[in-house]
Design a binder for this molecule. Structure first.
Ligand SMILES: Nc1ncnc2c1ncn2[C@@H]1O[C@H](COP(=O)(O)OP(=O)(O)OP(=O)(O)O)[C@@H](O)[C@H]1O
Ligand SMILES: [Mg+2]
Length: 204
């Protein structure tokens, strides 16, 4: 099977698990399955591609359009693009879906109750936002618009990381984005390569 490009787009509140799951899926696809894959994490993008942008609606939209632009370049060259940014506004996410092509855009909604995200407070930002030290923090004093029909719906308040990860991989396999692994744990291509190698060595 030749690799087909697609964009895996994570969206959700801060602390909903986007980066955690994006990293796991990236490792699985790149290192275990040997696929070409690139990752665009919101925090990283804001230190280079979107350096200098703030958190107004306008700047957030520019940031998400830029990530979508790069995802499109990768996807159309049959690289898998994994984006993980809060991407709070539905309209811009849908713009990216239209740009990249609805059949190549897999939106993963990481849903988490706000109380759970606050309790996790992975970066300590919720406390600052609640104290008024940061203004315009998504979920506290800035909006988050959940996807209406995400391809994958994660409930990170109820699921383990492992369950959520498997949900995403299962979706990709079941919808033909990636090839399922055989019972051996190898892809069909790997199995064939191993068989050919063993045959050449005279073992088969
Ligand atoms: N089912 C789950 N999926 C993902 N993360 C989970 C899940 N259950 C618990 N967690 C935990 O939730 C936290 C999520 O943090 P993470 O940095 O991935 O969030 P994020 O969405 O990338 O936030 P930010 O937008 O601030 O970058 C991690 O500590 C992770 O271990
Ligand atoms: Mg993150």
């Amino acid at each position: 099977m030749t690799q087909k490009g697609f964009t895996l787009w994570f969206t959700g509140l801060s602390g909903s698990g986007k980066s955690t799951l994006a990293d796991l899926v990236y490792d699985e696809l790149k290192h275990r399955r040997g696929l070409k894959v690139e990752k665009l994490d919101g925090d990283v993008v804001r230190t280079n591609l979107s350096k200098g942008l703030g958190f107004s609606k306008e700047d957030r939209d520019i940031n998400i359009r830029r990530i979508g632009f790069v995802c499109n370049l990768l996807t159309r060259n049959d690289v898998i693009a994994i984006a993980s940014a809060i991407s709070p506004y539905r309209a811009v996410r849908d713009e990216n879906r239209a740009l990249i092509g609805p059949d190549r855009f897999v939106e993963v909604y990481c849903e988490v109750p706000l109380e759970v995200a606050i309790e996790r407070d992975v970066k300590g930002l919720y406390q600052k936002a609640l104290n008024g030290e940061i203004k315009g923090f998504t979920g506290v004093d800035d909006p988050y618009e959940p996807p209406l029909n995400p391809e994958v719906h994660i409930n990170s308040g109820r699921e383990t990381v492992e369950e959520s990860f498997h949900k995403i991989i299962a979706y990709l396999e079941e919808h033909g984005f990636i090839e399922p692994l055989g019972e051996s744990g190898y892809s069909k291509e790997e199995e064939e390569a191993i068989s050919a190698h063993l045959e050449a060595l005279g073992y088969l």
